[in-house]
Design a binder for this molecule. Structure first.
Ligand code: SF4
Length: 608
C-alpha cells in the first residue's frame, strides 16, 4: 500500500507517511520491517512503558490477498516483560481491513491523557474517547465499539483489564479469541492509554502481476487442501498434538517435574472435539480453521459458546498445574482471554506459585489464605483474577515468573529464558527446542524454530530441513539456524506457521504481489538479516550472553516419561550455533563481516 499510519497519542496527531521502500526491500514487512523502524525510533534508554516506546502494528505484503493463511499481523515494541525485543503475532481479520483502508502498518507513539481508541476507515483515521470502555474486558470492548460504530463488520483489537493494569504478560485480543499474547504488548498499549484499534476498509490491494498471483494463490490453496495436517488441525485444533507431545515427554506437567501427562486423554484436542466442540473458526483466507468454539453446558464451569483452548493453553493451564478438568481449563482460558493475558506466561507463573507452595517456600500468609493444591482449578482461577487486577499476591504474579522466583530467592526455579516464560515444550524433550529457547530474539519462544514438529515427522524437505532425532546434537545448530531464518522470513510476510506452504510457493506469491523477483534463497537471507537486526536491538537493550541458558529447574533430568534421564548439552549446541551465526561467543556480537554480508553495516556501528 506504500503508507504507514502514524499516531502521536501525546499530541493527538494522526497522520501518515510514505513507506520507506528501501526498508521494505530489505525487511519485507511484518516484524522485519517493524524491527527496522524500531531501530530508528528507540535508543538504549527507551523505557518499555514510557511514552517514547513506539508500538508498531504491521501487516505484510500478502495480507488481505488470496494468498492462503498469509493475513496475520505482528505487534512489536521494546518488551516490558523482558526489556528486550518484543513481538507478538496475531491472526483474525484486522490486518486485511487495515490494508484495504490503505495502510501497511501503524506506528503509535506517546501517551494519551485519557483513554482513547484509534479508528481507521477509508479516508478516515482519528482518535476517539474510550473513557467509558476503560475497565472493560476484551469481549465487551469489541462489542461496545462495534455497537458505537453501528456496524459489526468493524474489526477491533483491544486490551482488557490486564493491559490497563500493566500486567507484564498482558495480551492484545481480537476477533474470535485471537491473541497477540507473548512479550507484553498489551501492557505497552495500556501504558499509552490506547484501549483499542478499530479498522474497516474497502479499497483494493494492488498486485504487480495479478494473473501470476491468481495462479500461485490457487496452487497454494490446492496444496493446503490436500495436506493431511490441514485436516488434522481443523478436526482437532493444535491441541490434537497433545497425545504425541505427552508421549515424547514434551508436555510439561507438575511445573516441569514431569513431561508425560497420564491424564492427557482427558484434555486432548480429540476429546475437545468429541465432547464440547460446537464449531471452528479461522483467520482471513485460511482453509485450516484451527480455532475452536466450545460450550460447557453444565456444572461449575458452565460457559456459553466461546473460544476454546489451543495446545499451549491446555498444557499451561491444564497439565502444568495437573488440572485434567477440561471444563475448568476452558473457564481459565476464557478468563485469560477476557482480561487479556498470555496463557503461557500465566500458566507458568501460576505453576511456579504452586511449586513454591508445595515446597513450603510460600504459605497461606503469602496467598491470602489460598491453598495451592495441584489439580485444583479453584485457587488457579482466583490467582488469575488477582494477577489481572494486581491485587494481593496478584501484584507480584503480574510481574511474571522471574520476578516471583527472585522475590523468594529461587531464581533457578523460574522456567524462562531472557525473562520470557518457556512454551509448553519441555527443552529436555528436544535439543532443537532448547536451542530455539536460548536464541530466539524475544526470549524462550517455541515458534522461532518449532523443531517439535520436525521431531514428529512434519519435515520441510524443500528447505533441506528433515526429520530430527530429538536428542541428537550433531549438526543441530545448522538446522535450527536455517529453520529460524525461514520462520523469521514468514514473520515478515506475515504467514502462519501451522499450514505448510512450501517455500517456492511463498516466494512466487511475493514476487507476483510486489513485482520484485524473489527466490526462496532470498527469503532465507532476508530471515537471517532480520534475526541479526533483532540481535543488534537486543544488544542495544542490554542482552547478556550469560542469560542465554536454561534455568536449573530445566537442567534436572526427569526420572521417567519420554525424556527420562536426558538433559541437553547447552554449551555444545550454543557454541556450535554461535560459530554458524558468526556471533562472538563472549560478547554475543555478530561479526562485522557478517553485518556487511547481510547489508546491516549501517545499523551495526553502535554495538562495536
Ligand atoms: S492455521 Fe489457524 S492460526 Fe493459522 S491462519 Fe489458519 S486459522 Fe489462523
Amino acid at each position: 500500500m506504500g503508507r504507514l499510519l502514524v499516531v502521536d497519542l501525546t499530541t493527538g496527531g494522526v497522520g501518515e507517511e510514505t513507506l520507506q521502500q528501501e526498508y521494505a526491500d530489505r525487511f519485507v514487512g511484518g516484524s522485519g520491517l517493524a524491527a527496522r523502524y524500531i531501530y530508528d525510533l528507540t535508543d538504549s534508554d527507551t523505557d518499555p512503558l514510557g511514552p517514547e516506546n513506539p508500538l508498531l502494528l504491521m501487516a505484510g505484503p500478502l495480507v488481505g490477498t488470496k494468498a492462503p493463511s498469509c493475513s496475520r499481523y505482528v505487534v512489536c515494541a521494546r518488551s516490558p516483560q523482558t526489556g528486550l525485543w518484543g513481538e507478538s503475532n496475531i491472526g483474525g481479520f484486522l490486518a486485511p481491513q487495515l490494508r484495504c483502508a490503505g495502510y501497511d502498518g501503524i506506528v503509535v507513539r506517546g501517551r494519551a491523557e485519557r483513554p482513547v481508541y484509534l479508528l481507521i476507515g477509508d479516508a478516515q483515521a482519528e482518535l476517539r474517547d474510550a473513557s467509558s470502555l476503560w475497565g472493560s474486558d476484551t469481549y465487551t470492548t469489541q462489542e461496545a465499539i462495534k455497537t458505537q460504530l453501528g456496524d459489526p463488520s468493524w474489526r477491533v483489537a483491544c486490551i482488557g483489564q490486564a493491559g490497563e493494569n500493566l500486567v507484564k504478560y498482558s495480551s492484545i485480543m481480537a476477533d474470535e479469541g485471537r491473541a497477540a499474547g507473548r512479550s507484553g504488548m498489551g501492557a505497552v498499549m495500556g501504558s499509552k492509554r490506547l484501549k483499542a484499534v478499530a479498522c474497516r476498509g474497502s479499497g483494493a490491494i494492488p498486485l504487480a502481476e495479478p494473473e501470476m498471483f491468481e495462479r500461485s494463490a490457487q496452487d497454494a490453496v490446492a496444496l493446503l487442501r490436500d495436506d493431511v495436517s490441514t485436516r488434522v488441525f481443523r478436526e482437532t485444533g493444535t491441541a490434537g498434538s497433545a497425545n504425541v507431545m505427552s508421549m515424547f515427554g514434551n508436555m510439561p506437567n507438575r511445573y516441569f517435574r514431569q513431561g508425560t501427562f497420564d491424564e492427557v486423554d482427558k484434555i486432548s484436542g480429540s476429546t475437545i472435539s468429541e465432547t464440547i466442540l460446537v464449531g471452528t473458526s479461522g483467520c482471513y483466507g485460511c482453509v485450516v480453521q484451527c480455532g475452536r468454539k466450545v460450550r460447557i453446558s453444565e456444572g461449575t464451569y458452565r460457559l456459553e459458546e466461546t473460544d476454546g483452548p489451543e495446545y499451549e493453553t491446555v498444557a499451561a493451564l491444564g497439565s502444568l498445574l495437573l488440572i485434567d478438568d477440561l471444563a475448568a481449563i476452558c473457564h481459565m482460558n476464557h478468563l485469560c482471554n477476557s482480561y487479556g493475558m498470555d496463557t503461557i506466561s500465566t500458566g507458568v507463573t501460576l505453576g511456579l506459585a504452586f511449586h513454591l507452595y508445595e515446597e513450603g517456600i510460600i504459605g497461606g500468609r503469602d496467598t491470602d489464605g489460598l491453598t495451592l493444591r495441584w489439580g485444583d482449578p479453584e485457587p488457579a482461577i482466583r490467582l488469575i483474577e488477582l494477577a489481572a487486577r494486581r491485587e494481593g499476591l496478584g501484584d507480584l504474579l503480574a510481574e511474571g515468573s522471574l520476578a516471583l522466583a527472585k522475590r523468594y530467592g529461587f531464581e533457578e526455579l523460574a522456567a524462562q529464558v531472557n525473562g520470557l516464560e518457556v512454551g509448553m515444550h519441555d527443552p529436555r524433550a528436544s535439543s532443537g527446542v532448547t536451542l530455539s529457547y536460548l536464541t530466539s530474539p524475544r526470549g524462550a519462544c517455541h515458534n522461532k524454530s518449532d523443531t517439535y514438529w520436525l521431531d514428529v515427522g512434519r519435515t520441510m524437505e524443500d528447505l533441506d530441513i528433515g526429520m530430527t532425532d530429538r536428542f541428537e546434537e550433531e549438526g543441530l545448530a545448522e538446522l535450527v539456524a536455517r529453520h529460524q531464518n525461514w520462520r523469521s522470513a514468514c514473520d515478515s510476510l506475515v504467514s502462519c506457521f501451522l499450514p505448510y506452504l512450501p517455500s517456492d510457493n511463498l516466494a512466487e506469491l511475493l514476487s507476483a504481489a510486489t513485482g520484485r523477483e524473489v527466490a526462496k534463497k532470498d527469503l532465507l537471507r532476508t530471515g537471517e538479516r532480520i534475526l541479526n537486526l533483532k540481535r543488534l536491538l537486543n544488544l542495544r537493550w542490554g542482552l547478556e550472553v550469560d542469560n542465554e541458558r536454561l534455568p536449573g529447574l530445566l537442567m534436572e533430568p526427569l526420572s521417567d516419561g519420554g525424556t527420562a534421564g536426558h538433559v541437553p548439552d547447552v554449551q555444545r549446541v550454543l557454541t556450535d550455533y554461535y560459530r554458524i551465526r558468526q556471533w562472538d561467543r563472549r560478547t554475543g556480537r555478530p561479526a562485522m563481516d557478517k553485518m556487511q554480508e547481510l547489508g546491516l553495516k549501517d545499523v551495526a556501528g553502535e554495538v562495536y
